[in-house]
Design a protein around this ligand. Structure first.
Ligand code: SAM
Ligand code: F3S
Length: 447
């Protein structure tokens, strides 16, 4: 019987993509099947996130549960990958001695060999190096799972924001060759994928080598992706404000397949804090990019990330963030209390704000963000939306779920054969996390 793997994923879309690739690799090399329950697996993998302390602590609480499975079946292999693996290295073996292998985000392609070696009785193995070029070269043909797919186009980050571990855990920016990206999207489109999300920690820093040695940037790549037969919708995430060029803004005028939604993390609305974070721009520069974008797409939805309680954040700094939120009129956003990460420059800054005050500021910010999101959802009631039907609805299997341009889920009643198609719905209700729609008609393909 073929072996079975269970993969638990924490963190960002990059990790989701990497987990999918781990499953594909283990399937293609060892014929392994992915299972939904850890009790059924021969190989237990955890793909971790270390962006905030809470995320990295989850690893050890989950591993505690897996320890019991290994005690019952000692032949089970436990592996830890992702950013915590990269950061902690052998310390994971010390804290959780029942772990067999540790691998980083850049060495997941070596997983089949690592598994073979551990299963053959070799002791614990660790590989958290950064052989970046190799990773993408050794990935198998992508396997589509529904009409939407992530495609990683670059890895790592060279921005070194003072609070962030990513440059240390994933390494510096590295762009995948243009031909490889295009080949992967062709393969996905031929399996029914209609919407791709181009991924990278700093996706708009993409500078992929072409076969003639020239480099191609994200705006140009988007035009090529849009020309691929079957691809009807293009997203990208996460972008950085300093790489948000006029060329990228201009693509919104040229390319209707590029969605009217952009995730552009700003972190703070205070120039003083932005400088301490080493973000490389001011609030005015951020606002001027948004203005240029809205000139082309007046209705574009803009989401962001915020960090509250960065060391030294005063009430005036926080007020400036609240002010920016209202000025930009963000759609939805992710917000976090600053979490000091070992080895980052900001972790050495003195932090005098109490946790209570940080929580208070976070609650104020989140309330405002939710209010703005709710207003936008309510404003959509009565409108006709072109949506991609992605799957059966989670709450009611008789219904279907679809996604709008601005990344909202719409549940509606309709026949299952609409999955994978673009349709038009009328929005009839707005709820906290989704919309309810009425099926109007199928939409003709743009290509
Ligand atoms: N590339 C993105 C950008 O342009 O900012 C960010 C990627 S980062 C992995 C995702 C988000 O996690 C950041 O935007 C930030 O809001 C949050 N984050 C990162 N480090 C953090 C920390 N030490 N404490 C709290 N939040 C953090
Ligand atoms: Fe992190 Fe800043 Fe890069 S938030 S991922 S170092 S852009």
């Amino acid at each position: 019987m073929s072996k079975r793997v269970f993969i638990k994923t924490f963190g960002c879309q990059m990790n989701e993509y990497d987990s999918q690739k781990m499953a594909d690799l283990l399937h293609s090399v060892h014929g392994m099947q992915t299972v939904e329950r850890p009790e059924e697996a021969d190989l237990l993998l955890m793909n971790t996130c270390s962006v905030r302390e809470k995320a990295s602590e989850k690893l050890f609480s989950e591993l505690g549960r897996w320890r019991e499975l290994k005690e019952a079946r000692p032949e089970v292999v436990i592996g830890v990958g992702g950013c915590v693996a990269s950061q902690e290295g052998t310390a994971i073996f010390e804290r959780a001695p029942y772990v067999d292998l540790v691998f980083g985000p850049q060495t997941l392609h070596r997983l089949p060999e690592l598994f073979t070696a551990v299963a053959a009785g070799r002791k614990k193995l660790i590989d958290v190096s950064f052989p970046e070029i190799e990773k993408f070269d050794r990935l198998p043909e992508p396997r589509a799972d529904g009409p939407t797919a992530y495609v990683s186009i670059m890895e790592g980050c060279s921005k070194y924001c003072t609070f962030c571990v990513v440059p240390y855990t994933r390494g510096e920016e590295f762009s995948r060759p243009f031909d490889d990206v295009i080949a992967e999207i062709h393969a996905l489109a031929s399996q029914g994928v209609r919407e791709v999300t181009l991924l990278g920690q700093n996706v708009n820093a993409y500078r992929g080598p072409m076969s003639d040695g020239r480099l191609i940037d994200l705006p140009a790549l988007i035009r090529f992706v849009a020309a691929i037969k079957g691809i009807e919708r293009i997203r990208y995430t996460t972008s950085h404000p300093i790489e948000f060029s006029q060329r990228l803004i201009d693509v919104y005028a040229l390319e209707p397949k590029l969605v009217s939604h952009v995730h552009l993390p700003v972190q703070s609305g205070s120039d003083r804090i932005l400088a301490l974070m080493k973000r490389g721009h001011t609030t005015l520069e951020y606002l001027s990019k948004i203005r240029a974008l809205r000139k082309i797409r007046p209705d574009i939805s803009i989401s962001s990330d915020f960090i509250v309680g960065f060391p030294g954040e005063t009430q005036t700094d926080f007020d400036a963030t609240m002010n920016l939120i209202d000025q930009v009129d963000f759609d939805y956003s992710f917000s976090f209390i600053y979490s000091p990460r070992p080895g980052t420059p900001a972790s050495g800054l003195s932090d005098t704000l109490t946790l209570l005050e940080k929580k208070h500021r976070l609650a104020i910010l989140q309330r405002r963000i939710e209010e703005l999101g709710r207003e936008k959802s309510h404003g959509m009631i009565g409108s006709r939306q072109r949506v991609l039907v992605t799957r059966p609805s989670r709450k009611n299997q008789e219904e279907l779920a679809a996604r709008t341009d601005n990344n909202r889920i719409v549940n509606f009643a309709g026949p299952a054969d609409l999955i994978g198609q673009f349709i038009e719905v009328e929005i009839v209700e707005a709820h906290a996390n989704s919309l309810r729609g009425r099926f109007l008609n199928s939409v003709k393909k743009a290509s």
